[in-house]
Design a protein around this ligand. Structure first.
Ligand SMILES: [Cu+2]
Length: 264
């Protein structure tokens, strides 16, 4: 964690909510802002930069991400929160979009799918991988090998998921669905040690975070009391700090959040 990291969310005064939007529905300006923020973060070689943020998840060691545990959703919520703040330090107001992979009309969403955008290299298409972050020493950049869009999780799968009342059951099922999408993207995304270097990692996890939020809206669900004070290292947050996204200063775009449905 950077020495200049913001304080824990619980100590921050409430402020205007920023909306995270579907990657497919970004305006031209929102796309451009996102590309600018990622490009700027890629240009920073210290711990505020893209490579350092991607490296927190996996390589270089320690591998901090939490999978297969009760902390899967809270840990990744904290991770996205601080990464988004790092992007906002570069381009004020920018937010992470989510990839609605239940829309089978396309696989990789448009802003992430082309090598070039607006006449320049598209920083959402791929990313360098710092030498210490390479799972395979020969892989200096992220690659993808996506399946066909129809193999992605369906709206019915998401509906069944959201119907779970029990938090831990819900979380376990969501993590499984999430893992399938990592494998679907393939290449770098298919390997935990390097997955977060692929720019689409953040849009995928934003969708996971949004599904947790939709579940929270539907079930008013909290997590088991025994979980609340667990720390989410290396982030200065506990599980409790992650439960209310409006306290964290963001929301999912109103039209879709209000529908409480899976369609972004
Ligand atoms: Cu993941």
């Amino acid at each position: 964690m950077s020495g200049s990291s913001p304080p824990a969310a619980a100590t921050l005064a409430p402020r205007a909510l920023r909306h995270r939007r579907s990657a497919r529905r970004l305006t031209v300006k929102q796309r451009a802002d996102l590309r600018s923020a990622i490009t700027a973060a890629q240009g920073i070689s210290d711990d505020r930069g893209y490579q350092a943020w991607a490296g927190i998840h996996g390589l270089p060691l320690p591998i901090s991400c939490v999978h297969g545990s009760e902390l899967f959703l809270p840990w990744h919520r904290a991770y996205l929160y601080f990464f988004e703040k790092a992007l906002q330090d570069q381009v004020p107001g920018v937010t992470l979009p989510w990839w609605d992979w239940t829309n089978h009309a396309e696989g990789i969403p448009g802003p992430y799918g082309t090598r070039r955008a607006e006449g320049k290299t598209n920083p959402l298409y791929d990313s360098p991988i710092q030498p210490s972050g390479r799972n395979n020493p020969r892989h200096a950049r992220t690659v993808r090998d996506p399946g066909s869009p129809g193999e992605l999780p369906s709206t019915q799968t998401v509906e069944r998921l959201l119907a779970n009342r029990d938090y831990l059951t819900f979380q376990g099922e969501l993590e499984n669905i999430h893992g399938g999408v990592h494998v679907w993207v393939g290449g770098t995304m298919g390997e935990v040690p390097s997955a977060a270097y692929d720019p689409i990692f953040w849009a995928h996890h934003c969708m996971i975070d949004r599904l947790w939020y939709l579940w929270q809206l539907r079930h008013g669900g909290s997590v088991p009391a025994s979980q609340l004070n667990r720390a989410l290292a290396p982030f200065p947050m506990t599980v409790r700090d992650t439960l209310d996204i409006t306290q964290l200063g963001y929301d999912y775009a109103a039209s879709t959040a209000a529908a409480k449905g899976p369609n972004g």
